[in-house]
Write a protein that binds this ligand. Sequence first.
Ligand SMILES: [Zn+2]
Length: 192
Amino acid sequence: MKLQSAYEYLKPIAEAASIGNYADALNTALACVKRCIALDRANIVKMPVIRIVDKDSNSVHNAGELSHDRLYSGGYRIKYHNIQNCEGTEPGSCYQFADSDIEFIDCIAVNDEIIPPPPKVVPGHCEICGRDYDVMDFCVSTDFKPHSVCKTCAKMPERDIKELPQYQRNVIHDAKLMLITEKIINDQTDDD
Ligand SMILES: [Zn+2]
């Protein structure tokens, strides 16, 4: 049982129980137990640390450290692609794998109990707060999935964003960019 993941549940259980909402507290406790069982049964797999060399700048980083890193398999080989500059490890491209010692990092084979899937996005409703007005629908290259975020959430201060789950933090940062782009286009249109 992982202490950190258990703690994520202890807080809502204690909060629900403190206001007499025992059904919620029980449900959260059951979800916690289910998740811990899933963690105990999960397979630990070894993932090699894959170092990528940028041939232009001679800099080296571990694949996955940068948000634009993508690893994919071509046949039996792992290939690297940077979705920002569309360069990769193919011949003539600006990256190559580093020929250094291969180390391994422990990864866990996940299922829905360990990492619950994010809720489905309903177009026209903000996926962060549920509001159904001032909603921007967009799709960007970060995950290529459709997203709906209202303009209020897109203006959320950084300290509030930090409280959100990781997948929502990414979505809000994309929404912020959409808002800035929209403002630039509107300002240009106003000038005409
Ligand atoms: Zn919202």
